[in-house]
Design a protein around this ligand. Sequence first.
Ligand code: PEP
Length: 252
Amino acid sequence: MKRRALVAGNWKMNGSHDFNASLVREIVLEIKRFPDIDVLVCPPAPYLDAVGRQLAGSAIQLGAQNLCEQPKPGAFTGEIHGGMLRDVGCAYVIVGHSERRALYAETDARVAQKFAVALACGLTPILCVGETLDEREQHRTEAVIARQLAAVIEDSGIASFKQAVIAYEPVWAIGTGKTATPAQAQEVHAFIRGQLAAADARIANSTRILYGGSVKAENAQSLFNCPDVDGGLIGGASLKADEFVAICAAAQ
Ligand code: PEP
């Protein structure tokens, strides 16, 4: 089965009204050239509404970078419920990004709760998995990723991946300028697909698995050519319209 590619921009904690407006203006102008892929931007929460309004009528979808693990809204100061993300037009939400796992102590169990709430709210979770440099050097990449995936599969069930995306993001490649080689990426993507296939071959075949970690215009094509790489989760390069558009062109 040929899977439709997805290119998602994770703006992280960057942007302002003016910066976002000019970035979105440029991307929207170019996006018509890429009818065969899905494109998504994930601005910081305060800007979701404004960016969503600017995207209205374009093919670019809106995503959030995080959500609260609580199933219902209520007295959780500073948190954002998945229903609110839907309300402002989000279709996707990133869960388990390595920065949240490392800097905000998000455990596998917490990530699994967030994944379940995202689904219950009608959002498509983008589940990030990936190993640190130490874990890779200790040949623990597969064990770490199997554990991260299992937490979600055990909690939400394999069928939940009919409405979910996985992003393989080796932690050592995020924001470092070091990209996994296409062979390294393909090896782990095939492993992830194999983990899904052990539970359900059809779902494994249809689930999109993105690569993330210092993807740029110059390396995107070789990564996207890998048979199990179905697009990218793009951090730094998604803040530059020409780079992001070139990455979309590579996925088209
Ligand atoms: C990310 O934060 O998801 C990411 C992949 O960042 P970068 O592209 O900057 O490495």
